[in-house]
Design a binder for this molecule. Sequence first.
Ligand code: G1P
Length: 284
Amino acid sequence: MTTINKCLFPVAGYGTRFLPATKAIPKEMFPILTKPLLQHGVEEALSAGIVNMAIVTGRGKRAIEDHFDNAFELEAQLKNTPNEHYLKDIRHIIEKATFSYVRQKKMLGLGDAISTGKTLIGNETFAVILPDDLCTNSGDSVLAQMTLLHKDYPDCCIVAVEEVPNEEVGKYGIVEIESIPNVTKSMQNLAFKVTNMIEKPTLKESPSNLAIIGRYILTPEIFEVLEKTKPDNNGEIQITDALMTLAKKGKVIAYKFQGRRFDCGSVKGFVVATNYFAKAEGLI
Ligand code: G1P
């Protein structure tokens, strides 16, 4: 079976870069125009045919659960009024998707967050969306593109990658790639075998300027590997280190996605995304 049924969203982070706004509001609830970042991610998962959302959350993030639940008072207030259309998108999501939650006990890195999600995922291949990385495309969404690729390589993990300027390699997991023998024609120049990967390298250490962005498809093998992955110098367990173990077995593919990504984990990227969507809507 190659269908992917679940998407994991690691959203336990403190959102330090957005303080003081993140003191009482989860950063994943910050809107790009009127839609929270996490809702953009959930819509992307739905567009890839995934209906089960597994959210790894933390203290102070209850607004997320309320957002993806029926709000009876609001429903009653707006029903059969000219404002009812404002609820259309979120109603659709609540009807289509299921949401389950687990709390990450300590902030021990993305690898630890993904391990925490194991209880929600079980023994199956799953997707991961980091909602900070907001992706948009006129055709298939980035995750939909990756689920298509997954059908050809069901035993492999897939990471979405894009080229970043040299001065930014230290912000990302960076991969080194080579071509896949007999790669499907439609995936030529898009899908590659990962031969090396380093989390946040210096420019000197960096094997390339191909950065992992927040979209992954992971086989359940990753959970066993994560258990054995040692924390880095900051005490964090990195998904990149765990994936490197699988890359050594030829089981990780890098995918150069079609579309545009905004780094909404930084104030600047957030503003750029807001402007982009505001222009697209004809608001500015
Ligand atoms: C995480 C990953 C990194 C990846 C990035 C994408 O880093 O550890 O490999 O390139 O997401 O956004 P973070 O942004 O959480 O520091």
